[in-house]
Each structure stands twice: as C-alpha cells, then as structure tokens.
Design a protein. Structure first.
Ligand code: KG4
Ligand code: ZN
Length: 359
C-alpha cells in the first residue's frame, strides 16, 4: 500500500467513448471508492448495434448524475478530488466530446488538473489495479471496438504487436448474433447458444491461422457464417446453436494462433516470466478463455484475467490511467485538448486498413 500524499491522491474517471457512461473515483493506493456505470443496451437493442447519435445523447443525459452518484458513493466532494481524467479517444466522437467537455468543465470549476486519457491506455493499465502486476506484460485487448495485442512496457510505452485488419472480435460476435436473430449484445447471446451446439457440424475457416505475425481478421469468418446461415432452409434453434458453436470455436482457434505468435515475439524480446493479460468484453467468453489458458500453460506463460467489470468499459480504468500517468509525469492536458476519434497507442505501428480499425 502506497503511503503519504501520493497514496491518498484521488482521481475522478469519466468514460463515454462507446455505449457505457461511467464515472469512478479511485485512490492512488488502488482503492476503488466508487464505480458507477450505466449501459445503454436497451437504447441500442432495437437496432442490433450501437447507434452513435443515440449513444451521444444518452451520455449527455446521464454523465452528470453518474458523477454525482460516484461522489456520493465515495462520500467525497468534488473539491476533494485531485485529478479529473476523461476518455479523450479513440471512440464514437459524440460520446467522447460529452465526457471530455464535462471533465474540462469540472476541472475548471474546482481548479484541478484535467487529463485526457487514451481509452486503450485505460484498458492496458487497468489490470495493474491488482497490485501484483508489474511491467512488461502482453495484453490481448478484445472488445467491440478493438482487437489488438500490445506489449505493455511501462506507462506511455506500448508496442503494438498485432491488430485486426478488418472487424474487431466483439463486432464479429455482434454481427453474427444479429444475423442469426440472437439479439444484442451479441457476444453473450452467441456464447449461450453455443453451449447447446455442436462446433463440428459446420466447417468454418480459421482466419490468419499459420500466417506469420499477430494480426487478426474476422470478416471472412463472418461471411462464411452468413453463407452457412443463408444456406439453411427454415433454421431451427439447433441449427442456430450449432452455427454459434462453430463460429465461437473458429474465433477461439484463430485468436489462439495469433496470440501464440505474440507470446513467441514477446518472449524473444523480454526473456523471463511472461504474463498474458486479458481485457475487453470478449475476454468474458469462457471458450476463448479456456483456449487461451491452455495456450499460456503450453508456452510457460501466466494468464491474468482481471475481474470482468474491469475488463469491460468502466470509469475506474480511466481514473487509474490518469493516476499512473500523473505519477510519471504530473503535467495536465490543456483545456484546448481536442477529442480524438482515432488515437493509436503505438504511433510507430503501421496503419491498418478496415472499417473496424479504431486505433
Ligand atoms: O469491452 P466492451 O464492454 O466494450 C467495448 O466494445 O469497448 O466489449 C463489448 C463487446 C461486445 O462486442 C460484446 O458482444 C462482446 O464484447 N462480448 C462478448 C462476450 N461478452 C461481451 N463476446 C464474446 N463472448 C462473450 N461472453
Ligand atoms: Zn473499451
């Protein structure tokens, strides 16, 4: 437990880059004093995916009471907060503008430093809320908007080893679920259906398997599912379950193959014990976790799966990333900071094609 002023430093984190509005209060000694989150699932469900304009309006409607609720839960006033951190991108720009503007306004009102946090940095560092995790580690970030493998070397030091060249993994789950009428969000629905299914009934491709490097691809697999689905005459629940199971198993195989290359590259660069850290909503998938845990064991790596509420979008990870950044560089961002729809963590990494590539 850190002592003194640093350990007591308190950050407010605001997250609004996708379909969750979140506000949290985190202390530098790693205590999460409050973690309030409002998911917009019901707002987007009728459309089978996130509608950016609806998301932005919902963030605007809820961000202020979520912050008030977080302060109340933590039993502190805004004056007692030392740092105000808001997601500055990448993400759906309307939502990011809401969070950034709110963060700046509060910082200005109480004369506290404002930090614009890269959402990916939030995911990358959130596992360090658990005190045992030291740098460097290999991070697999698999969510609805992101799919990448990062070597996390330190605060502000990220090397992207691979990323999706088309859809994000969660996006593929969501699209497949929509196609089969399984509802939104698709990942949990596909996983549930897959439990009753036979993964061997449909022969689906394992995208990128056997190729060098660690990039991912899911759009070909998604199209193969579409072809299989449209080829079924009056599909039954069993057809749906079998196809869901086949899809999930293809994603797990493809992901494990890519992560294997990532582990090898990481082990070559940073010899010693390797930790493979999971983040993002797709990391909730038990079949994928099981596959990755077998892979990690085979390669002598330790799989670190933080609690789900830290893996998915949340405010605590933004507050924590703010504290981590402040510890190495106590310089606020200017109030002229412009929200960023795209914001790669590793600016050196090559640009990738594809509509699902957000960073
Ligand atoms: O990290 P997250 O909450 O938000 C962002 O996208 O940033 O991740 C949500 C994504 C969605 O695409 C959702 O379908 C997927 O994670 N997901 C899952 C599971 N739970 C959530 N995908 C596969 N299996 C799951 N159990
Ligand atoms: Zn996220």
């Amino acid at each position: 437990m850190e002592r003194g002023y640093w350990g007591r430093m308190l950050a407010l984190g605001i997250e609004s880059s996708c379909d969750e509005t979140a506000a949290a209060l985190v202390r530098a000694d790693r205590t999460i004093l409050a973690d309030c989150i409002l998911s917009q699932f019901e707002d987007h469900r009728p459309y089978g995916g996130v509608v950016p304009e609806i998301a932005a309006r919902a963030h605007l409607d809820h961000v202020d009471h979520l912050i008030a609720a977080a302060l109340k839960q933590a039993d502190v006033t805004l004056d007692q907060v030392d740092l105000i951190a808001a997601t500055g991108g990448p993400g759906l720009i309307g939502g990011v503008i809401v969070g950034v503007t709110t963060g700046k306004a509060l910082a200005l009102a109480v004369n506290k430093p404002f930090l614009a946090i890269n959402h990916l940095e939030g995911h990358a560092l959130s596992a360090r809320l658990d005190p045992g995790l030291a740098f460097p580690y290999l991070l697999l970030l698999v969510s609805g908007g992101h799919c990448q493998l990062l070597a996390v070397e330190g605060v502000g030091r990220y090397r992207r080893l691979g990323a999706t060249i088309d859809d994000a993994a969660g996006e593929a789950f969501d699209k497949v679920a929509k196609l089969m009428g399984l509802g939104y969000p698709g990942g949990p629905a596909v996983e549930k259906a897959a439990r009753q299914g036979d993964p061997a009934r449909f022969d689906l491709p394992r995208p990128m398997r056997g190729r060098p490097g660690c990039d991912f691809s899911f759009s070909g697999l998604k199209n193969a599912v579409r072809l299989a689905w449209t080829g079924l005459v009056s599909p039954t629940d069993q057809d749906r379950a079998d196809l869901a199971a086949a899809f999930q198993s293809a994603v797990a195989d493809s992901m494990a193959d890519r992560v294997k290359n990532g582990l090898i590259a990481f082990q070559n660069r940073y010899p010693g014990a390797v930790k493979l850290v999971l983040a993002g909503g797709v990391a909730a998938n038990q079949a994928i976790r099981a596959r990755l845990s077998i892979l990690a064991a085979k390669r002598g790596a330790e799989l670190v799966a933080p609690p789900m509420k830290l893996c998915t979008d949340n405010g605590a990870m933004i507050a924590w990333a703010g504290l981590e950044r402040w510890r190495v560089n106590p310089t606020p961002d200017p109030l002229s900071f412009a929200p960023r729809p795209r914001w790669p963590l590793d600016p050196e990494a090559a640009k990738l094609p594809g509509a699902g590539v957000k960073a």
